[in-house]
Design a protein around this ligand. Structure first.
Ligand code: S3P
Length: 448
């Protein structure tokens, strides 16, 4: 699934951003909707599915393992599920492209099926650690032969019936939690995951929605134990995927930074386990409001409006990290234009995302003239006090490092920088936010 590099794209200031838009469906929820539909007995229907490359990688893998996955004429997706335990041996390697979520969650599914499968991915994904899922899934009985360091490409063999497990997450990771719960679906008995900090709970909500027996026990200090009874039977569903808050973050922060802007993104997921960025931006002084709060597909949703605001730096509470883990790159851009100092720590996980996001943001923001100190587990940024960036070079070209969120963060930075910013390759944006550049242009940004 290697894509061709796109030519460098210029993002430059051109007056206020205004308009009401939708962003594509939530990436995390889209992966889960396809996977649970593939394991239900019968036909599910998914509206608002993210049609980004990451989610299409999941769709392709599920098809290769026997599920029917097709887009209908009205843009919804229909999935003919094979039932829990019904996945079949794929005929060739499963290509996960750039998608860590596809790789880790699908390994969970394969772990408790009598299937041998090879997992491959692009250069960025092949550098990311898989030991965090290999370890618990091995305890359940799956066998792995991975590349050095526990990386892709790897070969795995599932065990059926697998052995139920009680597992305490060593790192807060919704992907690891979800991989274990998905493996638990076809495992007799009760599979338990304990997390000391709550991570995104889309899997739990959706498993219940599909009829799985799942309990959650809140423990002291915010810890949670999630228990799932296998072998589960899932009922097909008709569901709608909310807009992705991690994608909405880019046009919303752009509106906060560009004078005179007023942008509304409709139908954005505001699940509290994902909404950390909104809380931090408000604490920085952002004019950010929710309207029309409602529930869609078992998830809280709102229309979110951002108006230009002068932001103040702050210390970002480290315990918010899991609820905004993908939003730090764009928060760092906001911090670079705020008044005063922003310090964010406890972010070692950012070094092993699609790129080393701490290094990528520190390097790129410095090229734009921002004052950034790179810490082992975070960044400290002295903001410009709402002065546009770029006094080192006229229009710097920033390396997106095969990372969609780095590309989009510097695109937004370009709207608040003298002379704009060139992003070397916005191709990876297609993994999570197809149409991103066109949408920014529609709001009034200069994109060339
Ligand atoms: C995701 C969980 C997060 C996040 C990723 C999607 C998910 O990763 O960074 O983009 O869908 O479960 P971790 O669980 O590894 O923190």
């Amino acid at each position: 699934m290697d894509r061709e590099a796109a030519p460098p794209t210029l993002f430059a200031p051109s007056g206020p951003l205004r308009g009401t838009i939708h962003v594509p469906g939530d990436k995390s929820i889209s992966h889960r909707a396809l996977m649970l539909s593939a394991l239900a007995v019968g036909r599910s229907r998914i509206a608002g599915l993210l049609e980004g490359e990451d989610v299409l990688a999941t769709a392709g893998a599920l098809r290769a393992m026997g599920a029917g996955v097709a887009r209908t004429a009205d843009g919804a997706w229909e999935v003919d599920g094979v039932g829990v335990g019904g996945l079949v041996q794929p005929a060739s390697a499963l290509d996960m492209g750039n998608s860590g979520t596809s790789a880790r969650l699908l390994m969970g599914l394969v772990a408790s099926h009598p299937i041998t499968a090879a997992f491959t991915g692009d250069a960025s994904l092949s550098r990311r650690p898989m030991n965090r899922v290999i370890e618990p899934l091995s305890l359940m009985g799956a066998e792995f032969t991975a590349s050095p360091g526990g990386a892709l490409p790897l070969m795995m063999r599932g065990l059926c019936p697998a052995v139920p497990l009680t597992y305490r997450l060593p790192v807060p990771s919704a992907q690891v939690k979800s991989a274990i719960l998905l493996a638990g679906l076809n495992t007799p008995g009760v599979t338990r995951v304990v997390e000391s900090v709550p991570t995104r709970d889309h899997s739990e909500r959706m498993l219940r929605g599909f009829g799985a027996e799942l309990w959650i026990e809140e423990r002291q200090g915010g810890a949670r134990e999630i228990a799932l009874r296998g072998e589960a039977e899932l009922r097909p569903q008709s569901l709608t995927v909310p807009g992705d808050p991690s994608s909405a973050a880019f046009p919303l922060v752009a509106a906060l930074l560009v004078p005179g802007s007023d942008v509304t993104v409709k139908g954005v997921g505001v699940n509290p386990t994902r909404a950390g960025l909104f809380a931090v931006l408000r604490a920085m002084g952002a004019d950010l409001t929710f309207a029309n709060e409602r529930e869609v597909g078992g998830e809280p949703v709102a229309d979110v409006t951002a108006r230009h605001s002068v932001l103040r730096g702050l210390e970002v509470p480290p315990d918010l990290a899991p609820s905004m883990i993908d939003e730090y790159p764009i928060l760092f851009v906001a911090a670079a234009l705020a008044e005063g100092r922003t310090v964010a720590r406890g972010l070692a996980e950012l070094r092993i995302k699609e790129s080393d996001r701490l290094a990528a943001m520190a390097e790129g923001l410095r090229r734009l003239g921002a004052r950034v100190e790179e810490l082992e587990d975070g960044l400290a940024i002295d903001g410009s006090g709402a002065e546009p960036l770029t006094w080192n070079e006229r229009t710097p070209e920033i390396a997106a490092r095969l990372d969609h969120r780095i590309a989009m963060s510097f695109a937004v930075a370009g709207l608040a920088a003298h002379g704009g910013v060139r992003v070397d390759d916005i191709g990876p944006v297609g993994t999570s936010f197809p149409g991103f550049a066109a949408l920014l242009a529609e709001l009034g940004a200069e994109v060339r």
